[in-house]
Write a protein of this length. Sequence first.
Length: 412
Amino acid sequence: MTPFALTACAELSHLIDSLTTQPEFRNAQWGVLIVNARTGDTLYSKNAGKLFQPASNMKIVTSAAALTLLGPEYRYKTTFLTNGEKRDSLLDGDLLVIGGGDPTVSDQMQGRIIGDRFHGLATTVMDALADSLRAHGIRQIAGSIARVGNAFPDSIYGYGWEWDDLGEYYGAGVDELIFNEGMAPTKLRPPPDTVRDSLYSGPAKDPAKAYLDALKDGLVRKGIIVEGIVMDSILSTPMKMDTIFVLTSPPLRDILPALMKPSQNQIAEIFLRTIGLERGGIGTADTARKIVGQQLLAWGVQPDGFVIRDGSGLSDQDLLTPETIVRVLDRIQRDTAFAYYYNSMPIAGVDGNVHAKTGTLSKARSLSGYVTTADGERLIFSVLANNTTTPGSMVTGIADRIGAALASYREH
């Protein structure tokens, strides 16, 4: 090595500096932190202690907290009951449903076999619920279909969500009963027209009622007569209820990829409220935010290194530092269920050597995760960019180039 040769680390620093200080980014803020996962050494740091809008990198925090606080084997339960009696094939009463937030009644699970269950379309799950009622001998329901209980008494939307987002699929609300990420079901066209409308008409104004509407549609498809209506309010808990059956979701470890890989906002919001419900006794985002904050502090995150407003990162009032994200990614490595977390992340690179979560808002881009270098070392990195006026693709391209540089990095 000549006296003027740069070390590999210095070359990496020079590359990142040159990428992030281009004239196009004169008015932007960049935050970058790269750490060796094994040694804890910092390879590069730029504004690592500053707060940034993380966009969907907030899901890194939410998913890690859920895996830690709920556990990889956590399962959601939806209970189907009645306040009446079964007489022959008639259910003389209402069909009642108590939800727990199960997010897996979803087209995302289409074609997946999880455990011993095959998941088809969201409507397939509703058909299966109707089959369960038929298996209990029920062919007619004299009463209505209603929900009981209120596991998530919060707003169906995340704190600080923009009005313009609420009409989009990614801005759908969530509740303890949720059908296909909060999208409203539509009716199938009657015969002889065999072509059907789009299955979903947009985000449901009332996610729980949309679930019950989809359930009724499934009952009708399976030939079960419902004489009553689908109630749009929560029914007071009856003095007497009998359980008919319980639907149990796949474990949380199998739900993680459906959250992280497609960056699914509604699952993240459900995870957040579930943390509040299971660890704080109230399924609200406010309760959950305090609990997740306590977990971050237990992981060694600086108290001024985060502001949590929702679970998905859709809120532009969320704030994280690169230090916080890297610390979370570091600490979750010590969890016995880390393999599920690692494998839930989107994969990039020719050899699949980058496992990282992207994030996109109008003025924020992010990319954080793990990368295996050419030396076989695992690095933890976080790249956050805020207040950019250049096309988003340019910002994303810079983050991708940094990730590629880390994948090819050799210390010597």
